[in-house]
Design a protein around this ligand. Sequence first.
Ligand SMILES: *Cc1c(COP(=O)(O)O)cnc(C)c1O
Length: 377
Amino acid sequence: MNVPLLDLTAQYASIRGDIEAAVTPVVSSQRFILGPEVEACEEAIAGYSGSRHGIGVSSGTDALMVTLMAEGIGPGDEVITTPYSFFATAGVIARVGATPVFADIDPVTLNIDPARIAARVTARTRAIIPVHIFGQMADMDSIMEVARSHGLVIIEDAAQAIGAEHDGRRAGSSGHYGCFSFFPSKNLGCFGDGGMVVTSDATRAERIRALRVHGEFVQYHHRIVGGNFRLDALHAAVVRAKLPHLDGWSEARRANAARYGRLLGEFAREHPSVLRLPAAVNGRHVFNQYVVRVADRDLVRDRLTSAGIGTAIYYPLPLHLQKCFSGLGYARGDLPESERAAEHALALPIYPELGVAEIGYVAEHLLAALAERPRRD
Ligand SMILES: *Cc1c(COP(=O)(O)O)cnc(C)c1O
């Protein structure tokens, strides 16, 4: 059997008619830049995520980047974020000239630990970027509390978490900004790069809208310097055509996770130092990734690869240990929870179209690989 980590062709086969119906009018109109298709997509995503305004942008990375630009965050400023995320989360902070400050994660959810954020706030801190890692929301109530008491801006990196919920709020709607990615492997992917900023603050929305077209509020008149951060109309059409399917896909991901839980739970309970399953403790987890933590991860991964099972390591090296950030002065051991997660994390196939037989096959081979590990006790 062959079980890929992700199979986008299975999803496309199920919605091909919807996509063609959405894309053809854009092609016929030859209107590719902004316009009604992008506006309709912005309205749909803002509504879905529980925010007033949506601004389509060129990627999830650019979504994060324009929010920092909109807040005028730059040299001399500090932005607190998690060391356990995709690179873009911290990369954008450095790109605007500010300093990323890393606060370690909660070992249960793998999300940034609010108590550790409070300890890293200084007079230079301007913003916090919590990431809803793998599709489960960070503890936004506690994070908002820290932000309020220090007057900080909250930018939610919800690239992996569209549709996730916690305490009745959807990912992207608790902070001042929410940032989504439509990269193909995200839960709501377009046919290339794309993203969106959501916010309920009209002034902030207007600034983002200007920044994505070189900072023009009136055509060819530039009050601030922006860039070309636009979402293409074709991608907007794809996103809008897929949106009605998103909740069904998220439920399928959750059902797949529950099935893994039934097949692997007993072993994980009996051998917590060998296998840890993802803990869905913060509301509705939408499982963009299903990341287990295993002993002898690289060996286990090799065994699964030999059995035809696709896996991935999110993330092998935490951000504070990346070479490009060596100037920040972090050393191995500084953020131990992130470092431990990086050493043990292994993503298993979880995509919505995954079959029951395939999940059984993955679970069986994972248990076999764990049983075959060299014993050290
Ligand atoms: C994917 C991702 C991004 C970046 O999104 P792109 O659309 O690929 O630029 C940012 N943060 C996180 C947590 C992501 O997973």
